[in-house]
Ligand binder design. Structure first.
Ligand code: SF4
Ligand code: SF4
Length: 407
């Protein structure tokens, strides 16, 4: 029996958090405190009470069933056979943008389980019993047939690197891998991946890429509830890097960084995972890179949910921006831990485009109100969703590309 088939999936995976009867070991489940969506302070004992806006779908629909708490309670009732899976339940479960805010806030989470984990487990349950949402079916088929959610054939993967003179795995000895991410072969992620490669070359880093052999990290498979595809991609990616003796992975996309960080620790021993901005901050500190240009621009930085709350990377992008001569960094009120989601994750743009667009425009409005001329971020998914906005006029750019322009 293959190892992947032994892993529990769906609600069975999180049953100890669902008040499962007859279990020797039970975790505490949702206690209905309301912190994950309520407009009061998250924790009155904290110095910083947090922001009143927490869960994007709740703020958009303004109906209680769209809260993280309700997703947990609905999952609990399905697990105990009290409710069937209905179209209304699916709507609630799939409007989660995977912003991880409830996960950040929820006081009962333990062992890595929180309201968002329960939502993902419920998505797994739905996929196992009824298949994916129609809007998500192309993403699943893309992963199955082409190892990427956008159904790009293998001969189109790695196109982002054309003309850069990069070497692929197996073409030279190297223990450092640049992982570009599926979006690098689309419009939203290409500039960041290209800039990262150019910067790594510029400082003499000995690294390789995967080119047409690169497979999705598993982001969509995990977050949309396709655990079998996720486990397959995780195992194949780990096999690739282990067999090649890779010790350091530098990643161009914030969401891929979160997934690589979440691969099992015992299997990732001896492998360091960094987002490009963490890598750049390090080489700036080591004085291998310095900024030679002055760029007089007022900039605001959008923390991608997956790099921020998902990986705890808040300061590297800001430290880099502050060290570029001429840059004035202005913060949005909701920043770092409290950063507001762009709406681009969780398969929401595919299934509920009006929610994704509202989320992007709400965030862009906040960015414009800072007086910034440019919104910088570090995730291809955020850039893709901001590009869908039909109202905002603020220019957006990937931080890696901006850094390369300043060197
Ligand atoms: S991850 Fe974000 S969108 Fe999803 S339930 Fe939690 S707060 Fe809401
Ligand atoms: S999910 Fe967590 S934060 Fe939200 S109501 Fe339940 S216990 Fe409170």
């Amino acid at each position: 029996m293959k190892e992947e088939s032994k892993r529990p999936i769906g609600l069975e995976r999180v049953k100890k958090w669902l008040y499962a009867k007859g279990l020797e070991e039970r975790g505490s489940g949702c206690v209905l405190c309301g912190s994950c969506y309520g407009h009061g302070p998250v924790n009155p004992m904290e110095d910083h009470p947090g922001f009143k806006t927490k869960c994007p779908p709740y703020e958009f629909y303004r109906f209680q069933r769209f809260t993280p708490k309700s997703r947990w309670l609905m999952s609990q009732r399905v697990y105990h056979g009290l409710d069937p899976i209905t179209p209304e339940l699916k709507e609630v479960i799939y409007t989660c943008t995977t912003c991880l805010m409830c996960q950040e806030i929820c006081g009962v989470r333990n062992d890595g389980y929180g309201p968002w984990d329960i939502t993902v487990a419920m998505r797994e349950e739905i996929t196992e019993k009824e298949g994916p949402l129609e809007a998500h079916r192309p993403l699943l088929e893309g992963l199955r047939l082409y190892n990427n959610p956008w159904s790009q054939p293998k001969n189109e993967r790695g196109e982002w690197a054309k003309g850069l003179g990069l070497r692929k795995l197996g073409e030279k000895e190297s223990s450092t891998l640049l992982f570009a991410g599926c979006s690098a072969d689309g419009t939203s992620g290409r500039a960041g991946a290209v800039a990262l490669a150019k910067l790594m070359k510029q400082v003499g880093e000995n690294f390789v890429i995967l080119g047409e052999e690169e497979k999705c990290c598993g982001l969509y498979a995990n977050d949309l509830g396709f655990p079998r595809e996720y486990h397959r991609l995780e195992e194949e990616n780990l096999k690739t890097v282990k067999e090649a003796g890779i010790k350091k992975i530098v990643i161009a996309c914030g969401s891929c960084r979160r997934i690589w960080k979440n691969y099992p620790k015992e299997k990732m021993q001896g492998i360091e995972v960094l987002h490009g901005v963490e890598y750049i901050e390090r080489i700036l500190q080591e004085r291998q890179l310095k900024f030679s240009k002055t760029i007089k621009r007022k900039i605001t930085y959008h923390d991608p949910c997956h790099l921020g709350r998902g990986c705890g990377v808040y300061e590297s992008p800001r430290n880099i921006l502050r060290s570029i001569p001429g840059v004035e960094l202005v913060e949005m009120p909701r920043n770092r831990r409290w950063a507001w989601c762009c709406g681009g994750g969780g398969g929401v743009p595919e299934a509920f485009p009006e929610l994704a667009q509202w989320n992007a425009e709400d965030r862009l409005r906040e960015a414009e109100q800072t007086g910034a001329e440019l919104l910088i971020t570090t995730s291809a998914l955020c850039l893709r969703n901001f590009a869908c906005s039909q109202q905002a006029h603020l220019q957006t750019q990937d931080l890696l590309e901006f850094i390369h322009q300043a060197v």
